[in-house]
Design a protein around this ligand. Structure first.
Ligand code: FDA
Length: 482
């Protein structure tokens, strides 16, 4: 850590050194534990000995601080991890599970989060450290008839989210968040700042859904806003099994992907309470688009939109998630088996089903690295959350999740069994041999084809060209071809 600090100091003029001192935190700094934990969304690893923490955290105030950190870590043989919103499901933005441990520095982009809306061009420049909530809020301040089609949880960071696709309630109407990126600033392995023109179309393609963290550090995205009506309609209704939930979900599977693309009907099946369909006019609530972002995030539509600016989630519980894509309706008997699995779990467990179709059918699976397009009826996210941070509890809940995933095998996509990269799952495989020359394309193909299907090889080709020594790496980063 001290050599890293010394290297950083030599990169800047003496009048800047006091700033450099404040932006580097080593494990002996009093602020280190608080900064490390503040934005980490999943406390599952608090008591775990299987992961290592950063030797230093850098909280840059300026892009030059990131450039210096890249040059210094590279020179010292360390690697880098970058955190925007800290929502990585397996904690890869702030922890490493490499064995033997490989020292790394973490860049926390929390202080680089400005947002500039250009309504005349219907675009916005968003720095990577901003959250979706901050972005939605700023759009709503500028216009009542513009929005951005990204995820539902406001504290998610745009840095990680857009890098792997990103979707929410406007998926069927507009596609993914990455589909609406028109330019970006990326810092590469040589610490050069590249825009779309200077990085070239291949690399620009790769960072829009192909795990940007494998190619560099995103400083900012330029996004195209979408037009939304002044009023939209939302509803949230609950049905139990006794009220015929199975039959309704079965019907939903056959129609949800075919409905008009203005309609997005998500199903959340859970063991504590339940959600389903059987809609009446009285269930529908009219609201502005920004109110709908509050409503679907669990707030009341009348809550002040400023709540979207809360970066820190006060209540956090450990969780494990997995994902699947469904291409043919699951028979009723199969659905009933899911409910049986849900009641066997004592912690809060959910099966979240998001319909595809609509605009997603019109975009080719090679257009961006996010390949899950035509042919998918819906995406499933399996989620289990618990509060007891003991290793025993963690193992029990994770094992239950693995059993549910195994149960689902006959009902979901095959060859590959596709998965969504933003719902990261290290059970799918990980890069064990992470040091050049030992990275293994073959080893990474096990998880790579699940996330990126036919785009995986192109991602590896681009990686080989732009980062041949695999500086930007983690347990599921794109490998070089070898
Ligand atoms: P984090 O900072 O942990 O980064 C995630 C990954 O991206 C890491 O590998 C990190 O190194 C890399 N990265 C981060 N910033 C980078 C940068 N500037 N340049 C290069 N690489 C960078 N998804 C979805 O599609 N729809 C949804 O509605 C939701 N909802 C949701 C709710 C909750 C509570 C959670 C925990 C997660 C979601 N997600 C989601 C998943 C979410 O999209 C996914 O976890 C994102 O990767 C999170 O991005 P962050 O920047 O917050 O995470």
């Amino acid at each position: 850590a001290n050599t890293f600090r010394d290297c950083m100091a030599t990169t800047f003029a003496s009048q800047e050194l006091p700033i450099i001192e404040t932006i580097i935190l080593t494990s002996s700094s009093s602020k280190y534990p608080q900064v490390l934990q503040s934005f980490q969304q999943n406390p599952r690893w608090l008591n775990s000995s299987s992961s290592t923490k950063p030797v230093a955290i850098v909280t840059p105030l300026h892009q030059s601080h990131i450039q210096a950190a890249i040059l210094c870590t590279n020179k010292l043989g360390m690697h880098l991890r970058v955190r925007s919103g800290g929502h990585d499901y397996e904690g890869l933005s702030y922890l490493s599970t490499y064995t033997p441990p490989s020292p790394f520095v973490m860049i926390d982009l929390n202080q680089l989060r400005s947002i500039h809306i250009n309504l005349a061009h219907e675009t916005a420049w968003v720095q990577a450290g901003a959250t979706l909530g901050e972005l939605y809020y700023m759009i709503s301040k500028a216009s009542g008839v513009h929005g951005y089609p990204a995820g539902i949880c406001p504290s998610v960071g745009v840095g990680g989210h857009i890098s792997a696709g990103g979707f929410g309630t406007m998926l069927r109407k507009f596609g993914t968040a990455a589909d609406h990126v028109v330019d970006a600033y990326l810092i590469d392995v040589n610490a050069n700042i590249l825009d779309r023109k200077s990085m070239g179309e291949d690399l620009f393609w790769a960072i829009r859904g192909g795990s940007a963290t494998s190619f560099g550090i995103i400083l900012a995205w330029k996004i195209k806003l979408v037009r939304v009506p002044p009023l939209v309609t939302g509803f949230n209704i609950q049905r139990t099994l006794e009220e015929g939930a199975t039959m309704l979900i079965n019907k939903w599977q056959h129609v949800a992907h075919k409905l008009h693309q203005d309609l997005f009907i998500r199903v959340v099946a859970q063991n504590h309470g339940g959600g389903e369909l059987g809609l009446e006019a009285k269930d529908c609530i009219e609201m502005s688009w920004i109110q709908s972002t509050l409503y679907f995030a669990g707030y009341n539509k009348w809550d002040p939109a400023q709540v979207l600016l809360n970066r820190i989630t006060t209540y956090k519980s450990s969780f494990k998630a997995k994902s699947d894509f469904v291409m043919d309706p699951i028979p009723e008997i199969g659905l009933q088996g899911i409910w049986k699995m849900l009641v066997r779990e004592d912690a809060l467990a959910m099966v979240i089903m998001d319909p595809y179709g609509g605009r997603m059918n019109e975009i080719s699976e090679y257009e961006t690295p996010f390949p899950h397009r035509k042919g998918n009826l819906y995406n499933i996210q399996y989620l289990v959350k618990w509060d007891d941070n003991s290793i025993e509890a963690s193992n029990r809940h994770v094992n239950w999740m693995r059993m549910l995933y195994s149960y689902m095998t006959p009902y979901v996509s095959t060859s590959p069994r596709a998965a969504y990269a933003n719902y990261r799952d290290l059970d799918l495989g990980r890069n064990q041999k992470h040091h050049i020359p030992n990275t293994s394309y073959l080893e990474a193909s096990v998880w790579g084809f699940k996330y990126f299907k036919g785009n995986f090889k192109r991602l590896a080709q681009i990686k080989t060209r732009v980062d041949p020594n695999n500086f930007f790496r983690n347990e599921q980063s794109i490998p070089t071809l070898n």
